[in-house]
Design a protein around this ligand. Sequence first.
Ligand SMILES: *[C@@H]1O[C@H](CO)[C@@H](O)[C@H](O)[C@H]1NC(C)=O
Ligand SMILES: *[C@@H]1O[C@H](CO)[C@@H](O)[C@H](O)[C@H]1NC(C)=O
Ligand SMILES: *[C@@H]1O[C@H](CO)[C@@H](O)[C@H](O)[C@H]1NC(C)=O
Ligand SMILES: *[C@@H]1O[C@H](CO)[C@@H](O)[C@H](O)[C@H]1NC(C)=O
Ligand SMILES: *[C@@H]1O[C@H](CO)[C@@H](O)[C@H](O)[C@H]1NC(C)=O
Length: 615
Amino acid sequence: MEMSLLKALLSNISLFLKLSYLEKINSEPIWKYYRRAKEILKLLKHIILNAITGSDITSDEVLSKAFEELCPSVQELLEKFETWQPLLSKVYFVLKVEFLLSKIQNSSVDIFQFLKSSNQRLPNDLSSTTLEHCLQKIKHVGYEQTSSFIIEAIRDQLDSPGSSSEILVKIAESLSLNSKQETLIEAMALEKLKENAEVAEQIVEVEFIGQLIDLVTRMHSRLVLIKQSQTCSPVLIPPEFICPLSLELMADPVIVASGHTYDRDFIKKWIDLGLTVCPQSRQTLAHTIFIPNYTMKALIANWCESNNVKLLGPIKSMSLDQPCPLLETEVKKLVDALKSPSIETQSEATAHLRLLTKQSRDNRIKIARCGAISLLLDLLYSPDIKTQENAVTSLLNLSNIDSNKTAIMNANAIDPLIHVLETGSPVAKENTAAALFSLSVLEENRVKIGRSGAIRPLVDMLRKGTPRGKKDSATALYNLSRFHENKARIVQAGAIRYLVDLMQPSAGMVDKAVFLLAKLATIYEGRTAIGEEGGIIPVLVEVVELGSERGKENAAAALLLLCTYSNRYCNLVLKEGAVPPLLALSQSGTPRAKEKAQALLSFFRNYRHGNAGRG
Ligand SMILES: *[C@@H]1O[C@H](CO)[C@@H](O)[C@H](O)[C@H]1NC(C)=O
Ligand SMILES: *[C@@H]1O[C@H](CO)[C@@H](O)[C@H](O)[C@H]1NC(C)=O
Ligand SMILES: *[C@@H]1O[C@H](CO)[C@@H](O)[C@H](O)[C@H]1NC(C)=O
Ligand SMILES: *[C@@H]1O[C@H](CO)[C@@H](O)[C@H](O)[C@H]1NC(C)=O
Ligand SMILES: *[C@@H]1O[C@H](CO)[C@@H](O)[C@H](O)[C@H]1NC(C)=O
């Protein structure tokens, strides 16, 4: 037997014994398994040091085989315990560890039995009695056979779904999965493992973990049923009023990033545990801001009142004196909260309005009617970056209704919007550009926006914005360019230079950039700027050859404008090899593309003819 094997084994055992803090984690099943493994490994360590290393029995074949089997198991066991964390799947951990322990136990029994039978070759202090004593100890290191319960439960589940709650109780007890929260965490940990197995294409494993998830889900449902049967409340609580985490009537319902609603204290506890996923949808929460679910809060308060149920907590303080439709009151409250001197209240109300404006047209109409527009515009100057972002996003959604576009413009929206373009978060900037685009759909707005100085910051965004922001600003600028006066402003703000970069396929917005360029080429300033910039013509020719239908059409239109304007451009276009792709386009493009391509080709014919004539 290799001595290095024994050395590695001893070193792994020492490392394992150093993890003794695991024994002190009482709330988890891990300590039980740690202790049991420790008992066996200590005996092994003792026997290796005292009877094996340096003795000639190491060359024995039976013994070598036992150690060869033992080594990787101990290594794996060590890894399992080293990487253990409270949020990992307990079910999975226990299945693996019980299997490893069983293997280690079996190899250890083989080793001790062998040593006993070859007693004469051992040092004196390892008597046959001592060895027998160790052997008995190892054989009797018991561990609960939780694995076999789990396997049995899965088999039951496949045979007859819904049976054997007894076995679920046993599993729950040995793994300390006794609360709804614990079972939810467990289910999520398993989902994660399943995902990993899916990525690694381990089909059998994926299926097995799927069965474990079903099992844990059943354990969860069982706890829910028990809880429900224990509630002595004489009235049945509507299920939507119950927090999925606490399974109790919600005192302070809040919406999390995934859009699901929970009772504040419970979801807070959940997140404090380090869990960053939504307990219901299991999707990662983009942020951990809670938005009060005012509708739900009001509904619960209403229900409590009419059912004479007392509810502790802040909900009691909600005034419900007006019997008017709920949303209307809620919207009024929210809109009033925008005027609050507290930044926090403003912020929560804005976040909530953002959600409501997103939900339905009906909400948008009500919110605009309650006077939210001018208050939201004021909040674009908020020092709180999130409030600013939520306010501009709400305005974006409100602006989707045409009559509100006018209302927004009449409330002097441009200056505050420009302020966001200059100071906002990337998302706020994107949504501001989108709002300007939405507002510029109305002709009178295109005039106002152009004259109020919004074009320069939009052009800046073409250069500095996020990819999404660049698209939004290009779209806004395109629509603004439909008002003739604005084209020169766009050129003067330096747009041509940035459009060259945006015409690279990697920017993902070739069509938009070419579109805008074709528009700008219709004015003198535009053509001059294009000429000064250089590098545009080759890209346009490339788009004629390789672009989308729409891209080809606009690139051909832009080239036609450039060639008819200047001989120099015409030479450049010809030098770039534009004729073959134009010929192709004149045969198979859209009607407008064909028309532009044919016009260009005939222009080239006359041009060459003219030049040759002049010779
Ligand atoms: C250990 O030995 C027992 C009894 O011989 C056997 O049932 C069990 O499957 C063995 N464990 C492993 C992991 O091989
Ligand atoms: C408030 O909670 C209810 C129940 O969970 C949910 O249906 C509703 O969508 C929530 N409101 C918002 C604005 O998300
Ligand atoms: C409202 O805004 C959201 C972004 O928050 C957007 O995804 C949604 O499409 C908008 N709805 C409408 C109708 O514009
Ligand atoms: C917003 O649009 C709706 C629907 O057209 C309209 O009823 C409402 O009066 C508009 N709001 C404002 C403030 O103009
Ligand atoms: C500009 O706005 C109009 C609506 O008036 C829309 O149909 C058009 O698609 C917009 N232009 C661009 C480039 O998105």
